[in-house]
Write a protein that binds this ligand. Sequence first.
Ligand code: FMN
Length: 184
Amino acid sequence: MPLLAIVYFSISGTTEKLAHAVARGAAGMAEIALCRIAGDDIVSGRFRNDGLLQTIDRADAVAFGSPTYMGGAAAQFKAFADASSDRWTQQRWANKFAAGFTTGALAGGDQLHTLTYFSILAAQHGMLWCGLDIPGGEDPAGRNRLGSQLGLAAHMIDGALPQSDLGTAEYLGGRLAKMASRNG
Ligand SMILES: Cc1cc2nc3c(=O)[nH]c(=O)nc-3n(C[C@H](O)[C@H](O)[C@H](O)COP(=O)(O)O)c2cc1C
């Protein structure tokens, strides 16, 4: 069974709910490693959790998650990404599958920029990007309601994630796990 690493940062738990939904969607098709980036992982501005990076070394697929902060990934996620530069030199993560998910307070809160960053990070590592094959506004279950096919863009309504966003996260996890299985 392929290993799916879900690497994410979350303070108030919304992105974490999406991470768990991605894991639910992949259950039975992949082993899951939930890797939450913690504030303590960053020492003097540098990400120092080598165990987390080693988990990705072993993974067949990786889902990147962060809240959208000021139009981009949170600084804590970026510290993790910057610490992957040693792996980049040798393209150690090349040919792993990658996907991304983010949330914001607003429907149009510039989440696309966070997803674009995740896809560029994946491209730098030679990873293979897994987007969403759900056309926005066309899905009977209402998934991908914000119409982002690069990855999952979610936002809270009345302080909570709608079920359609959690369903989209599950779908993305399943799609990523299936791709990784086909590769094995
Ligand atoms: C510093 C900061 C910057 C934020 N910037 C944005 C933003 O650019 N767009 C947006 O839609 N939401 C923005 N938000 C709202 C967060 O994305 C939202 O509350 C998110 O659900 C938090 O994720 P978490 O619960 O996983 O910590 C911002 C929140 C904070 C604290």
